[in-house]
Design a protein around this ligand. Structure first.
Ligand code: HEC
Ligand code: HEC
Length: 160
C-alpha cells in the first residue's frame, strides 16, 4: 500500500510540467517546424510567430539580405516554407491571448519589423516593469535577447 502511494505520487510529480512547478504558464506555442527553428535560430533565439502580425513577417521575409545589418538570405524553398509558417501562426492568426493582445497593440497602418516595437512588448517592458539599464547590461546586451531574462523563452514561457 505504502509503496503504491509513493509510486502514484512520484508519477504525478513526473507528469507535472516544469512550468507548473515554476508557477508560470506557457504564453505562446513553441516553434513546431524544425526548419524555422534551425534557420531562424542560427544567430538569435528563433522568435515565436505570435509576437508579430502576418504583414510584419511578410515584409521581414521579403528582404532577408538586409536583415538588421546581417545577411540572413535563404534558398527560395526554405524561405517560402518559413514565410508560410510565420504567417500562418502570426499575431491575430494563432489562437490564444498573447496572439490577440499583440495584434491589438499594433495600429493597422504600422508594420513593425521588431517585436520590441509592438505596443504589447513596450507595455510589458516599460520602465516601471523592467529597469531600462538591464537591456544594455553585459549579460543581456539587447532588448531582442529574450532568453537572457526569460530562461524558458524557446519553449514559450515568458513569465520568469
Ligand atoms: C545571420 C544572422 C541572422 C539570421 C540567420 C537571422 N537573424 Fe534575425 N536578427 C539578426 C540580428 C543581428 C538582429 C538584430 C538583433 C538585435 O537588435 O539585438 C535580428 C533581429 C531579428 C528580429 C527583431 C527582434 C527585435 O524585436 O528586436 C526578428 C523578428 C528576426 N530577427 C527574425 C528572424 C527570422 C524570422 C529569421 C529566419 C528567417 C532570422 N531572424 C534569422 C540576425 C539574424
Ligand atoms: C532585461 C530582461 C528582459 C528581456 C531582454 C526581455 N524581457 Fe520580457 N519581460 C521581462 C520582465 C521583467 C517582464 C515582466 C515580468 C513578468 O511579467 O513576469 C517581462 C514580461 C514579458 C512578457 C509578458 C509576460 C506576462 O506575464 O504576460 C512577454 C510576453 C515577454 N516579456 C516577452 C519578451 C520577448 C519576446 C522578449 C525578446 C524579444 C523579451 N521579453 C525580452 C524581462 C525581459
Amino acid at each position: 500500500m505504502k509503496t503504491r502511494t509513493f509510486a502514484a505520487l512520484l508519477l504525478a510529480a513526473l507528469l507535472l510540467p516544469a512550468a507548473a512547478l515554476a508557477g508560470g504558464g506557457r504564453k505562446v506555442a513553441p516553434i513546431a517546424d524544425p526548419v524555422v527553428a534551425k534557420e531562424c535560430g542560427a544567430c538569435h533565439m528563433a522568435f515565436q510567430p505570435e509576437f508579430l502580425p502576418a504583414r510584419s513577417w511578410e515584409k521581414l521575409m521579403a528582404d532577408l539580405a538586409n536583415h538588421f545589418g546581417d545577411d540572413a538570405s535563404l534558398a527560395p524553398a526554405a524561405r517560402e516554407r518559413i514565410r508560410a509558417y510565420l504567417v500562418a501562426n502570426a499575431a491575430g492568426v494563432a489562437p490564444g491571448k498573447e496572439s490577440r493582445k499583440v495584434a491589438d497593440s499594433v495600429p493597422a497602418n504600422a508594420t513593425p519589423l521588431r517585436i520590441t516595437e509592438t505596443g504589447r512588448w513596450a507595455r510589458k517592458h516599460r520602465p516601471g516593469e523592467v529597469n531600462p539599464v538591464a537591456f544594455a547590461s553585459a549579460k543581456v546586451k539587447s532588448k531582442a535577447n529574450c532568453a537572457a531574462c526569460h530562461t524558458g523563452a524557446a519553449d514559450g514561457y515568458y513569465e520568469d
